[in-house]
Design a binder for this molecule. Structure first.
Ligand SMILES: [Zn+2]
Length: 279
């Protein structure tokens, strides 16, 4: 699933291709794609794309005069940009026709098709309204983060991926952040001391910024179909040696998601009962 760093690179690479273009047509080819019902899709036709942005894991098209198109790629959606005259494939779930002869399409192979879009009159509407703080923004201060984790009897990995608390972090980057912070994913937030809370907070933008640069270095200006994750140090590296200490990277299911960690660097002494070891 695309996370904040993936979305940042998509925005950076798609913006020069679409900002300033006028929309000639729009089609939702999958019936469940468009979730908002107040505004018909025809509202976007004739509008200029004045900007492209991101909020959490949502891609945002700014369409001027109080209209936004938010797209969530969910698990397997990706963004395609190319000539409109190429026929849409069965995997195309959404299509915006631009005035320069190109399309922006959301492509999702397989079933079920989970990518979704919303036409919104402002950025304060659902599904954006309930999102937590942006971890690369000035609002993500030590004080704000302390409040988020204070006295929470929840495992810190689950806090990191809770979109209502912090927007944009998912399973893969939560593992990387915890590795950089040298904290066990199984620790409960209320057990962290002040130093550990601050270490975790600092690791968040550090990992996200570093990852954006790593992805950008690998994909250049291209729009890619699969997340570029070859540079990650723990996530997806179960059974391989830790890049820092050589200990074998562990893997367990935590809340149904694969969680990778270095037992030594992250001081993982024991596995909690509910975290099942993946063999
Ligand atoms: Zn290690």
């Amino acid at each position: 699933m695309p996370e904040l760093p993936d979305l940042e690179v998509i925005v950076a690479n798609l913006a020069p291709r679409v900002v300033g273009r006028t929309i000639r047509g729009a089609q939702a080819l999958h019936p469940a794609f468009l979730q908002s019902t107040d505004l018909p899709l025809g509202e976007v036709v004739g509008r200029e794309i004045t900007g492209l942005g991101r909020r959490g894991k949502y891609l945002l098209f700014h369409l001027g005069s109080g209209l936004y198109l938010a797209i969530h790629l969910m698990r397997a959606g990706w963004v395609w940009h190319g000539l409109s005259r190429y026929d849409a494939t069965k995997s195309t779930v959404f299509r915006l026709e631009l005035d320069d002869g190109n399309d922006v399409r959301v492509i999702e192979a397989g079933f079920p098709k989970l990518s979704r879009g919303w036409l919104l009159p402002s950025l304060n509407e659902e599904p954006l309204a309930g999102l937590g703080v942006e971890p690369l923004s000035e609002d993500f201060t030590s004080e704000a983060f302390r409040k988020l984790v204070a006295r929470k009897r929840r495992q810190i990995k689950k806090l990191l991926i809770d979109q209502k608390l912090i927007a944009g972090i998912g399973n893969a980057y939560a593992d990387e952040i915890l590795f950089v912070a040298r904290l066990s994913p199984f620790r409960y937030a209320h057990t962290l001391d002040d130093g550990e809370v601050e270490r975790l907070r600092r690791a968040i933008p550090e990992v996200l910024r570093w990852s954006i640069a790593e992805i950008k270095a690998r994909v250049g200006d291209g729009l890619y179909q699969e997340e570029e994750r070859s540079f990650l140090r723990v996530h997806g590296r179960a059974g391989k040696p830790c890049t820092e200490c050589g200990t074998t990277i562990g893997e367990v299911l935590l809340g149904g998601q694969r969680t990778n960690f270095c037992p030594r660097c992250q001081h993982v002494d024991e596995f909690p009962e509910r975290a099942r070891r993946v063999s």
